[in-house]
Design a protein around this ligand. Structure first.
Ligand SMILES: [Zn+2]
Length: 172
């Protein structure tokens, strides 16, 4: 374990660009799961974090656990510089994970929009169904008039046919 307090642990860590603040993968271990303990200037065990900066991806560093809330400025690398090939590889993997996470957020938002649109369409469809039923009912009432004519015609035709049949029977 080499410790160089002079080096800064990655500018990418505190960058304002939303996703860049987050580690691409969750840490397997908590910030205090290391031995032997290194104490910060407050006399407390320093927290072990992982840098995801462009210059030092995957490189661990020690920092005062309360650095953001009134702690000290203690900071130091936990291990030596990252191999150049591994550095490039980790940066590419980091960017791929961040890209996929961003895409996932966008897809979730698009899906939520699609669900809202689908619900609106469902409402429109049920409104149209109601309208359609009303139109069908109105259509039936107007279709009943010709039906009454038919009944009337049958009413006239049946006695006429009976009369004709009676004539034929007499003739036969
Ligand atoms: Zn401290």
């Amino acid at each position: 374990m080499s410790l160089s307090v002079s080096s800064s642990p990655g500018h990418g860590l505190s960058s304002g660009d939303g996703m860049r603040r987050y580690s691409p993968i969750p840490y397997r271990r908590g910030p205090f799961d290391y031995e032997p303990s290194v104490l910060c200037q407050c006399g407390r065990k320093a927290a072990l974090w992982i840098s995801w900066s462009d210059d030092n991806p995957g490189r661990r560093y020690l920092k005062c656990y309360n650095a953001r809330s009134g702690g000290c400025n203690f900071m130091g690398w936990f291990e030596g510089p990252i191999d150049e090939f591994i550095r490039g590889l980790l940066v590419d993997l980091r960017d791929t994970v961040w890209g996929l996470k961003r895409e996932r957020v966008e897809l979730k938002a698009a899906l939520a929009d699609a669900v809202v649109k689908m619900e609106q369409l469902k409402e429109e469809i049920s409104a149209l169904k109601v309208e359609n039923q009303a139109l069908k009912a109105a259509n039936k009432t107007s279709a009943q008039k010709p039906l009454m004519k038919t009944v009337l015609l049958i009413g006239l035709a049946v006695p006429a046919a009976a009369a004709a049949a009676a004539v034929f029977m007499r003739l036969g």
